[in-house]
Design a protein around this ligand. Structure first.
Ligand code: NAP
Length: 241
């Protein structure tokens, strides 16, 4: 295939989980622009969000509910790309309590494993691929978020492990680590003052955007990355340097 056509996703079926808002919604919009048939998930109904989902197929999903994950997979007849943007964090040191720790591990890591395994048969049939969104917290732990940091570090190794297991079956599995992006997840770190202070320390000199992350996701899921698997692509403007 011509590399110039590699980012044309016409005829491809793409599912972006955790795409009600923020990074996932930006990734989903980029796939729509690239011609894909896009499905997305959020925990609530489409009408509960401010975003426009008319160009996408919307499904409600709470990844803590194993039966709901299986039920979502059962609704699909084919899939070429699975992007897992589902992610959650708890503040006020609640991740230091067992209940909070387990909740975040379930959402960010156990749920990711189930999504990958439930959709694997369809991805094998299409010789497709997976992109898991991890975090720079997998590299530099977040001070008050042990569950978030551990879950994202776990997601890196989960990605590599599945890449080894499924490589010969024709399914690539990669991850992408965003740096700082202003979303509801980072609302307490994204005030104009905080963004301006961050810009003085970040080598690229600004916060990232959902579009910055979408560029990396489209690359990893396209034929341009046909020989890339088990890779963590860090998209952080140099934050972790
Ligand atoms: N923003 C950053 O700076 C940054 C940096 C590094 C990594 N990340 C990662 O990027 C991904 C997207 O985060 P974001 O910043 O765009 O935040 P966001 O806007 O809050 O998006 C998180 C998504 O995950 C969904 N979600 C949360 N809990 C869920 C559950 N129990 N079951 C199913 N879906 C659930 C949310 O659905 P609802 O909207 O319905 O709650 C939403 O669609 C996450 O994995 C996050 O860890 C973000």
């Amino acid at each position: 295939m011509s590399l110039l056509k590699a980012l044309d996703f016409s005829g491809k079926r793409v599912l972006v989980c955790g795409a009600s808002d923020g990074i996932g919604y930006g990734v989903a919009k980029a796939f729509v622009e690239a011609g894909a048939d896009v499905a997305v998930t959020g925990t609530r109904s489409a009408c509960d969000y401010d975003n426009d989902f008319t160009a996408m197929e919307f499904h409600s999903l709470n990844i803590q509910d194993a039966a709901a994950v299986s039920g979502l997979a059962a609704k699909f007849e084919r899939l070429d790309v699975l992007v897992n943007c589902v992610g959650s964090v708890l503040w006020s040191k609640r991740e230091f309590e067992r209940e909070g720790f387990e909740k975040i591990i379930t959402i960010n890591l156990t749920g990711a494993m189930q999504l990958c395994t439930e959709f694997f048969p369809l991805l094998q049939a299409s010789q497709g691929n997976i992109v898991n969104i991890d975090s720079v917290a997998s590299i530099r732990p977040a001070l008050n978020n042990p569950a978030y940091s551990a879950s994202k570090a776990g997601l890196v190794q989960l990605t590599k492990s599945l890449a080894m297991k499924w490589g010969r079956k024709g399914v690539r599995v990669n991850s992408l680590a965003p740096g700082m992006v202003s979303t509801k997840l980072t609302a307490n770190q994204s005030s104009p003052e905080q963004q301006a202070e961050f810009a003085t320390r970040n080598p690229v000199g600004r916060f990232g955007s959902p579009e910055d992350i979408a560029g990396g996701v489209l690359f990893l899921s396209s034929p341009m990355a046909a020989y890339v698997t088990g890779h963590q692509l860090v998209v952080d403007g140099g934050m972790t340097l």
